[in-house]
Design a protein around this ligand. Structure first.
Ligand code: MG
Length: 251
């Protein structure tokens, strides 16, 4: 099932996408929800992020070749950091480069959305806490983090620096999916989630022994090698097998 939020006129709905239409949903995605007979054509609606998270947790240093390209070392356990929920944008929204930024990179990633409160959950049970999976762009001011990791929160936290979409796919096995990032139609990142040092289950175990993950929270699982800067006018897309392609414009 492809879950989304969307706007028709001034009204925001939750919905289930099928082909080129979206059916309105009553209730929360993480409760017993009801798919109604009210249907809109996708061309008449504005797709929005499927969730309004309390937090966005990002895994860093999960693909070996990316760790090498940024000159870092592999860690023994999954490393994570927070992006503020205010950075979140959706499919076909605009990533805004701050005027003073030196180098703003895309980071194509697979993300997941949590469906029930999660604390101290063992690896073997972790996937049952996931609502579904989506494409994510962990936009990063690379010049800042390269100067010092003390700038990580700023480098990752600007408004519009977290793109998710085009929807959340519920029926998916997450650990063997092709992932690609395109800049202006040219493939820049190409890998498979099986290359991750830490599986989705390991990542959720590591995070949930620290903080409670709540329904709707987003966890992004790290980026493959091939990060590079974006400039105004660029179009960036993150595509994941079995999900679809998230598209954003840069200004
Ligand atoms: Mg990242």
């Amino acid at each position: 099932m492809k879950l989304t939020r969307f706007k028709h006129g001034d009204v925001v709905y939750r919905g289930v996408i099928k082909d080129d239409e979206v059916a309105v949903v009553e209730g929360e995605f993480w409760a017993d929800f009801n798919v109604t007979d009210t249907v809109f054509s996708l061309k008449d609606v504005k797709i929005m992020p499927a969730t309004v998270p309390s937090k966005i947790v990002c895994i860093g240093l999960n693909y070996r070749q990316h760790i090498q390209e940024i000159g870092m070392k592999e860690l023994e356990a999954a490393h994570f950091f927070l992006k503020p929920p205010t950075c979140l944008i959706g499919h076909e929204d605009v990533i805004v480069r701050p005027k003073h930024a030196e180098r703003v990179d895309y980071e194509g990633e697979m993300a997941l959305v949590i469906k029930k409160p999660m604390k101290d959950v063992p690896e073997k049970d972790a996937l049952s806490y996931v609502l579904g999976y989506s494409c994510f762009n962990d936009v990063t001011e690379r010049a800042l983090v390269t100067k010092s990791l003390s700038y990580l929160t700023e480098a990752k936290g600007y408004d519009t620096f977290g793109a998710i979409g085009p929807h959340v796919e519920t029926d998916l096995e997450p650990d063997h999916l092709d992932i690609k990032t395109y800049l202006n139609g040219i493939v820049k990142q190409e890998d498979n989630t099986s290359s991750c040092l830490f599986t989705v289950s390991k990542v959720l175990f590591a995070i949930s022994r620290c903080m409670t993950l709540l329904p709707g929270d987003i966890v992004a699982t790290g980026t493959p090698k091939g990060v590079s800067p974006m400039k105004a006018g660029d179009v960036v897309e993150v595509e994941i097998q079995g999900i679809g392609r998230l598209k954003n414009y840069v200004k």
